[in-house]
Design a protein. Structure first.
Length: 232
């Protein structure tokens, strides 16, 4: 006689495999997503830094705080030339293409803690230029300051501040691009991470100040951990 597994034994084995898979696959998917966000952040930051370096010598006078509309238009037009913008989207509603709002213009942006924001970031605004690789960038002079921002994966989600959407400002004295949340940024202060980058914050701008922490790979709620491993 040839020995073989019974049907009951096979079903039990498959059941065990299913349970193990159900326990481990979500963790594996989450780890993969976190690594993808981290990699995308580094790439987007590198592209943004290079673009700013390419235009800063021409625009350093008033580089940061100036309300001159012609200056702002010329500055941003020069900046966008450093990116491979997907012009196929220029006639679409970019905010809907990116999933920032629905067809009824209801915003779907989340804060750092994962809550849908009642008021999307009014002063810093949102990315508006979709790039060829699917990421997105944006820039605007608003509320007496210049803001730059990027979304590391565009429509890929989760469309949450401090997860895939990050913000920068300018230091007009040093001509440097500064991550929001940096204490050296003088015009608008987002350095208080208890308000602007914390899983426990209920502030309307929670997540705007996370860029500083992401660049240093430090968890704002627990500095013994890395930034990306503690995303809410």
């Amino acid at each position: 006689m040839k020995k073989a597994f019974t049907l009951a034994e096979i079903l039990i084995t498959l059941g065990i495999i299913g349970v193990v898979a159900a326990m481990t696959i979500p963790t594996l998917v989450a780890n993969y997503r976190t690594k993808a966000l981290k990699s995308g952040f580094k790439k987007s930051y590198s592209l943004l830094m290079q673009a700013v370096i390419n235009v800063q010598n021409e625009y350093w006078g008033g580089f940061g705080q100036t309300g001159d509309s012609a200056y702002q238009t010329n500055f941003y037009n020069a900046l966008w030339k450093n990116f491979k913008i997907n012009y196929n989207t220029e006639f679409d509603d970019v905010l809907e293409v990116l999933g920032y709002r629905d067809a009824k213009h209801k915003f779907l942006i989340k804060d750092y803690a994962g809550n849908v924001m009642e008021l999307y970031p009014g002063c810093p605004q949102l990315p508006t230029h979709i790039l060829a690789d699917g990421s997105a960038v944006g820039g605007v002079y608003n509320c007496y300051a210049n803001w730059l921002m990027f979304d590391v994966n565009g429509a890929g989600g989760p469309n949450a501040l401090g997860h895939d959407i990050f913000y920068f400002g300018f230091d007009s004295n040093t001509r440097k691009l500064l991550p929001l949340g940096e204490k050296a940024y003088s015009f608008w202060d987002f350095a208080n991470h208890d308000l602007y980058c914390s899983k426990n914050s209920t502030d309307d701008y929670n997540g705007v100040g996370c860029t500083y922490w992401a660049l240093r790979d430090i968890c704002p709620d627990d500095e013994t951990k890395g930034y990306w491993e503690c995303l809410p």
